[in-house]
Design a protein around this ligand. Structure first.
Ligand code: AMP
Length: 395
């Protein structure tokens, strides 16, 4: 079966058409500047990328352009839309309502809408994409795959904040966690790759990208994760602060004459490694800066790596041990310097690094030495494939 995987943002949409038997990507691309003007990128497997400017007043026109490109006479990946057996949609927040992926029905969508206030920037965009697909592809089964679902197995002690309990009761204020599709895919895949029994395993997944989160996965189930009510908590990220003393918010608001929205903007968009380095949110730029002797770029990489190591240490405590650690996502897969620095803090776990293996990037690889007490791996994430698999399993 061919599965169309759709990941809708507020003004963009990423897509992949995946054949579920071979797991090959038949075509992929993205729509950008939806609601502004519109740019479609389309790439059939084996061919060059095509970039076209095309009006996209709403997500519906964007999806129509994607479907047209998929069946285009010259570079289409399929002959007709009948060859799309199902659509899998990424949905950011399923609150406590969804502990797994779900077939999309009117009732299911109403429940997703109830979670909108927990992710006001993301969930409404996800819903717009789903509704546009329903209009354009009536009768094609669709599945929603939630970023939060994998983390729903966390115990109460991991998800409750030290806040008045009534905020949890009335408003659902608790830790939810994100990147769940990636944490689930990578933990399972690493267990397969290492020949481990996932039902008897202690795994830590470090998803380090522009957004970063870490999770503790005990016997295949998430028991803790670093992101919280929103994706702002946890590690310092590309532009997000991660954990800070909450009192800093009032302090900065007064000093800089900012309201709450202004402070949130700083914490979401101007902080993290961009804020520390004053140079970039991109680790490639930070590495270049460090090589040129820029001390703030070096500080940004040090702060990030130290915090990753501290989270890993706390999850070893949460699980009373660890068998294997996975590095994944843009930074985790591609930045040997970050992995080296993180593992430099973990010698007490009996971790020994294979420097030659750690210099590689971007493929399934063990980067610890054969006698290391904990296996450490690079495991490239593949959220689209994970969504396609979930979709096939449900339809
Ligand atoms: P993601 O959010 O998983 O797509 O990760 C994107 C981030 O990965 C970028 O912002 C960079 O910081 C980082 N990244 C990507 N490629 C490299 C690379 N070759 N070396 C270092 N960092 C990289």
């Amino acid at each position: 079966m061919n599965v169309l995987v759709i990941n809708c943002g507020s003004s963009s949409l990423k897509y992949q058409l995946i054949n579920s038997e071979s797991e090959a990507v038949l075509a992929k691309g993205l729509c950008e500047r939806i609601g502004i003007d519109g740019v479609l990128t389309y790439q059939k497997a084996g061919l060059d990328k095509e970039v076209t400017e095309a009006a996209m007043p709403t997500h519906k026109e964007a999806i129509k352009l994607v479907l047209d490109a998929l069946v285009n006479d010259k570079t289409g990946a399929i002959a007709s839309l009948e060859e799309v057996g199902a659509v899998g949609h990424r949905i950011v927040h399923g609150g406590e309502k969804f502990a797994s992926s779900a077939v999309i029905t009117d009732e299911m969508l109403a429940t997703v809408e109830e979670c909108n206030e927990l992710a006001p920037l993301h969930n409404p965009a996800n819903l717009i994409g789903i509704n546009a697909c329903k209009d354009l592809m009536p009768g094609v089964p669709m599945v929603g795959v939630f970023d939060t679902a994998f983390h729903q197995t966390m115990p109460e002690k991991a998800y409750l904040y030290g806040l008045p309990h009534e905020y949890y009761e009335k408003y659902g204020v608790r830790r939810y966690g994100f990147h769940g599709t990636s944490h689930s895919f990578v933990s399972k895949h690493m267990a397969d790759f290492l020949g481990m029994d996932i039902n008897n395993s202690k795994i830590i997944v470090a998803h380090l990208g522009n957004g970063s989160s870490i999770s503790a996965v005990l016997n295949g189930k998430c028991v803790d994760t670093s992101m919280g009510l929103t994706p702002l908590e946890g590690l310092p990220m590309g532009t997000r602060s991660g954990d800070i003393d909450p009192a800093i918010m009032e302090f900065i608001a007064k000093k800089e004459d900012l309201d709450i929205a202004g402070v949130m903007n700083v914490l979401n968009k101007k902080s993290g490694v961009l804020g520390i380095s004053k140079v970039s949110s991109d680790f490639r730029d930070l590495e270049d800066g460090m090589a040129e002797g820029n001390k703030l770029c070096e500080a940004a990489i040090e702060v990030f790596s130290y915090k990753v190591a501290k989270y890993i240490g706390s999850y070893v405590a949460a699980m009373n041990g660890v068998d294997a650690i996975a590095f994944t996502a843009g930074v985790g897969e591609n930045a040997p310097i970050v992995r080296e620095k993180v593992m430099g803090y973990l010698g007490y776990l009996g971790i020994a690094v294979d420097a030659e293996a750690n210099s590689k990037r971007g493929k399934d690889l063990v980067i610890s030495t054969p006698d290391s007490k904990v296996k450490v791996c690079i495991i490239p994430t593949n959220e689209e494939l994970a969504i396609a698999r979930e979709t096939v399993a449900l339809v």
